[in-house]
Design a protein around this ligand. Structure first.
Ligand code: ZN
Length: 290
């Protein structure tokens, strides 16, 4: 597995930075869900955003969920990251014909207008949740807006997925640079000009190869201190037990109707597309117990 996230501080801890490479992870997501090209790019951006957001948190049990709800044909997505570096996610609707106006691959056009929700579950009583209206639906812009207005941390976000013509993933990379309160105008201007120079996250990683080198390009080798590395991979933690709980949550009345009509009940995990089949016998036994 070649995917990972790096964390760094720069300019005497006045700038916080994160970069991720996630080519294999995005390819796994694309394959598992049979995504169309725009949906693959969109979900790839969402997964990298979730990985970085979770990497920002403290504690071993933190789980970060990024949800997008939009009125476009893709309808949005759900992406989840945990501390073990596992990522999972799904596009709400992958079954649509149009890729946006004039067939142009536009993530924003396919997501439409709506909201971005970030939920950080620290394993305590109440998870932290923040919501902002989508700015462009391109995810990077929306996340930058989220940091600036919801967390009051001015941030620059670049998330990119580039596909090959055979629908494999050529590059998937993301960068988030955050200005801490001590960051001077001079630092901000310098970093902004390097960001403009990098063009896009995918073109930068294509040139410099690693997430570390991406951050060195943006922040300057002499200014940066790397503070950690975390692996990233696409994995689902669904199980027969969890999926059975999902089925029985339908309630006694509905379950009784189902077992009268069907011999088996099939349920599919949204995140990995694995199928779980339960027999009417298994369900009947359970209904008797409630
Ligand atoms: Zn699953």
């Amino acid at each position: 597995m070649t995917d990972y996230l790096v964390k760094a501080m720069a300019y005497d801890a006045n700038v916080r930075a994160f970069a991720v490479t996630a080519k294999d992870t995005v390819y796994e997501a694309l394959n598992r869900h049979g995504l169309n090209p725009v949906a693959a790019i969109a979900l790839g951006r969402g997964l990298m955003a979730a990985a970085i957001l979770n990497g920002m948190g403290k504690g071993d049990d933190i789980v970060t969920t990024l949800q997008i709800n939009g009125d476009g044909p893709m309808e949005g997505m759900v992406c989840v990251a945990d501390r073990k570096g596992t990522l999972k996610g799904y596009i709400k609707n992958n079954d649509y014909e149009s890729y946006g106006e004039n067939g142009i691959f536009g993530v924003g056009a396919c997501i439409g207008r709506g909201y971005l929700n970030i939920i950080k579950d620290l394993g305590m009583k109440e998870p932290y949740a923040g919501t902002i209206p989508l700015q462009s639906g391109e995810i990077g812009d929306d996340l930058a807006y989220y940091f600036t207005y919801s967390e009051q941390i001015p941030s620059m976000v670049a998330l990119g997925v580039k596909l090959n013509s055979d629908a494999t993933v050529r590059q998937a990379a993301g960068v988030i640079i955050q200005m801490m309160p001590g960051a001077t105008e001079e630092i901000i201007t310098e970093v902004e000009s390097r960001i403009t120079e990098m063009k896009s996250a995918t073109s930068l990683i294509e040139r410099v190869k690693t997430p570390e080198a991406m951050l060195e390009f943006i922040l300057g080798k002499e200014n940066i201190v790397f503070t950690g590395t975390e692996p990233v991979s696409y994995q689902c933690n669904c199980s027969e037990e969890k999926m059975f709980k999902g089925v029985i949550s339908l309630g006694r009345k509905e379950l009784t109707e189902i077992v009268e009509e069907q011999d088996t009940v099939e349920t599919v995990c949204h995140f990995c597309n694995n199928k779980y089949i339960f027999t009417a016998e298994q369900l009947k036994k359970f209904i008797k117990d409630i």
